[in-house]
Design a protein around this ligand. Structure first.
Ligand code: 3PG
Ligand code: MG
Length: 405
């Protein structure tokens, strides 16, 4: 990508300049506690480099999907506290997005200070379809860093969104790719440009409809496409199996049939599954063949035989991309498939394979199962963004930076 980078900005000099950074700090929060700080930690290097170079740093980010108005449940307050800890310096939180408090605080910044704006999605213009509306918000953001300000785009997880703080603001200020965005794009480019073979992709998660485009794009390019998670039941239904109470998207059955016809030699489905009598951590569970799911039962994980087969394929792969858990890993009884696949990928990585874990859920699975981050070549901070990149779609947050170098 022909874009200017953070290093270019640092070379130009930022001491005393206002720099607006778009980060993706959208972390899972349970009762006020951050359960996976991965995205905050990944955002630190860019912010730190700017702080150390003496910039007045204004960070903007979203949390969840509030409805375009302030909502305390989606406040970035816990994120500001954690970012302070990770950065080792105080991060102020503005009480609003681009209002009086944000403006006053930005004017009070001295060199090396960091101000985090309140959740950018508290302002309905952020996600507006109307470009003029988005531009108004982008202009208000520009005001916070002043006329000689700069914009650093570092929220990789959100670059697939055409939103004011991601896309429109890049047209108003000199713009640069932050370290995280640059690294993520480099890694994903390696998957698309002559990947070492065999190349295996593992897809899980609940909905076929979410993964359809990436299946279509990747199936012709890869040697193996392993499909697990909730979406495998729609494929089973396409094969004519009855799936009991398992998740199933009826409107996708024909599409799954067509995919199985066209990519029979590439797609691997589980041969056995763990079924449960209810969706709960302490449900009664048993292993059955994929074509023998009893009425009244639901599949919540891939079975041990499938984990073994998938692990063998993955163990031989030289390039691996994984998105989506194999089962309901949040319940210990149904975590074995995801754990087994993760361990097989880590094992292949230890033998020299290049592995990328994409997506918030898969990254959270890796961490909650106690696997070390460095068992994989790269854990992406972007779920939707990494999938859209691999689908070959344009990413507005990247397009907006192009032509800067
Ligand atoms: C994510 O969690 O996928 C990113 O932060 C983007 O969030 P969004 O899907 O709500 O746009
Ligand atoms: Mg998302």
């Amino acid at each position: 990508m022909a874009v200017k980078t953070l290093q270019n900005l640092l070379d130009e000099g930022v001491e005393g300049r206002g720099v607006l950074v778009r980060s993706d700090l959208n972390v899972p929060i349970d009762n006020g506690t951050i359960t996976d700080p991965g995205r905050i930690i990944a955002s630190v290097p860019t912010i730190k480099a700017l702080v150390e170079a003496g910039a007045k740093v204004v960070v903007t980010a979203h949390l969840g999907r509030p409805k375009g108005a302030p909502d305390p449940a989606f406040s970035l307050a816990p994120v500001a506290a954690r970012l302070s800890e990770e950065l080792g310096r105080n991060v102020q939180l503005a009480g609003d997005v681009v209002g009086g408090d944000a403006l006053a605080r930005s004017e009070g910044l001295t060199d090396g200070d960091v101000l985090l704006l309140e959740n950018i999605r508290f302002d309905a213009r952020e996600t507006s379809k109307d470009e003029a509306e988005r531009t108004k918000l982008a202009k208000a953001l520009v005001e916070l860093v002043g006329d000689d300000g700069a914009f650093v785009s570092d929220g990789f997880g959100v670059v697939h969104r055409k939103q004011a703080s991601v896309y429109d603001v890049a047209k108003l200020l000199p713009s640069y790719a932050g370290n995280l965005v640059a690294t993520e794009v480099d890694v994903l480019a390696k998957l698309t440009e002559e990947p070492a073979r065999p190349y295996a992709v593992v897809l899980g998660g609940s909905k076929v409809s979410d993964k359809l485009a990436v299946i279509e794009a990747l199936a012709p390019q890869v040697d193996t496409l392993v499909i697990g998670g909730g979406m495998c039941f729609t494929f089973f239904a396409a094969q004519g199996y009855s799936v009991g109470n398992s998740l199933k998207q009826d409107e996708m059955i024909d599409t799954c049939k067509d995919l199985l016809d066209r990519f029979a030699d590439v797609i691997h489905l589980p041969k056995d599954v763990v079924v449960a009598d209810s969706f709960s951590a302490d449900a009664e569970a048993k292993v059955v063949a994929s074509h023998q799911i009893p009425d009244g039962w639901m599949g919540l994980d891939i079975g041990p035989e499938s984990t073994k087969r998938f692990s063998a394929v993955l163990g031989a792969a030289k390039t691996i991309f994984w998105n989506g858990p194999m089962g309901v890993f949040e319940f210990e009884k149904f975590a074995d498939g995801t754990r087994g696949v993760a361990e097989a990928i880590a094992g292949a990585t230890a033998k020299g394979a290049f592995s990328v874990v994409g997506g918030g859920d898969s990254a959270a699975a890796v961490r909650s199962l106690g696997l070390p981050d460095d068992g994989f070549s790269h854990i992406s901070t972007g779920g939707g963004a990494s999938l859209e990149y691999l689908e070959g779609k344009e990413l507005p947050g990247i397009t907006a930076l192009e032509g800067t170098a």
